[in-house]
Design a protein around this ligand. Structure first.
Ligand code: NDP
Ligand code: A1CAB
Length: 275
């Protein structure tokens, strides 16, 4: 028997988590999704007929052991204020997946101190390959910590943080990171096509190569630099490609990209915290 989880917001990330939980064996009957958007509810209900959907967040909260806040950061304040009476009466574990919204602000909007876990998952959760960093506030019991971890571990890897401020960097790395991977795949596919390969062949080779590199690195005791060196024959082809990427500033570009994402997360926290 699973604990009942209410997702507030049934958008992209909530559906990735719901799909991953169900694929891992979580009971559909123990899942609620609240979203004012009929099409979002229909989409979720169509995929997982055994779960509960509602347009009324308070109805979902009334059944929940865990409430997952999965709306856009910009509307989270308003959504929390509307849910505060239901949350204060039920006192579930609250899990926020929102980027750049501080725990103190969420507690304030929800009407006072609560057990709150902030976390940053990512969309590969849908296929059980998510990566989530979590941080618990002082009101979270050991049992609730285990519960939050069991939910996120069902959809991939988990890592606890001691310092909430580190979630901004996590958002820049693994929260937004799948998009960097998809961009790399797109670029490799397009370049392969430009070099004369059929598009479908280029797509499959690009996908399997990125997947294979990540799988090999995950399963190896060696670091990425060592594995990279093993592909790079002296005087060979890889050396030429890597020289172009290094001289084009790929490492600095990644640092600048992730700094921009990290800074946006901080900016959201500052802006929304004044709400
Ligand atoms: N997408 C990702 O890869 C990741 C997202 N996140 C975080 O997850 C959260 C959701 O992002 P994402 O799934 O991408 O966004 P989406 O816009 O796809 O989903 C949010 C959903 O919440 C709905 N919503 C709006 N108001 C309410 C309300 N009052 N009650 C219930 N639902 C409501 C929205 O409806 P409508 O469209 O009508 O506004 C929408 O369907 C964000 O805070 C984001 O920072 C975290 C990690 C990764
Ligand atoms: O782009 C965003 O703001 C969200 C948070 C991390 C991934 N998507």
């Amino acid at each position: 028997m699973n604990e009942t989880i209410a997702f507030i917001g049934a958008g992209n990330m909530a559906r990735s988590l719901i799909g991953g939980l169900i694929a891992d064996g979580w009971n559909e009957d123990a899942l609620w999704a609240a979203d004012p958007e009929t099409t979002q509810r229909q989409e979720a209900q169509g995929r997982w007929p055994g779960m509960h959907t509602t347009g009324d967040g308070a109805e979902a909260v009334a059944h929940a052991d865990v409430v997952v806040l999965a709306v856009k950061p910009q509307v989270l304040g308003e959504v929390c204020r509307a849910l505060a009476p239901a949350v204060q009466s039920r006192r579930p574990l609250v899990v926020s997946i929102a980027a750049g919204v501080r725990g103190d602000d969420i507690e304030r909007w929800l009407g006072g101190t609560l057990a709150l876990v902030r976390c940053m998952p990512n969309t590969p959760a849908l296929v059980g390959s998510g990566a989530t960093a979590l941080v618990a506030n002082a009101h979270v019991t050991a049992e609730q910590r285990d519960l939050a971890e069991s939910i996120l571990r069902a959809v991939g890897l988990t890592a606890w943080l001691e310092d909430e401020a580190q979630l901004d960097a996590v958002t820049a790395l693994s929260g937004s990171g799948p998009a960097y991977g998809f961009l790399l795949i797109e670029a490799m596919e397009n370049a392969g096509t430009d070099l004369g390969l059929p598009r479908e062949t280029a797509r499959l080779l690009a996908l399997q190569t990125v997947f294979g590199a990540a799988k090999l690195a995950l399963e190896s005791d060696e670091d990425a630099a060592t594995l990279r060196a093993r592909v790079t024959s002296r005087g060979g082809t890889t050396e030429q490609a890597l020289a172009v990427l290094e001289s084009g500033g790929l490492r600095d570009l990644m640092l600048r990209a992730m700094t921009a994402a990290r800074d946006r997360s901080r900016e959201l926290a500052d802006q929304l915290g004044r709400d």
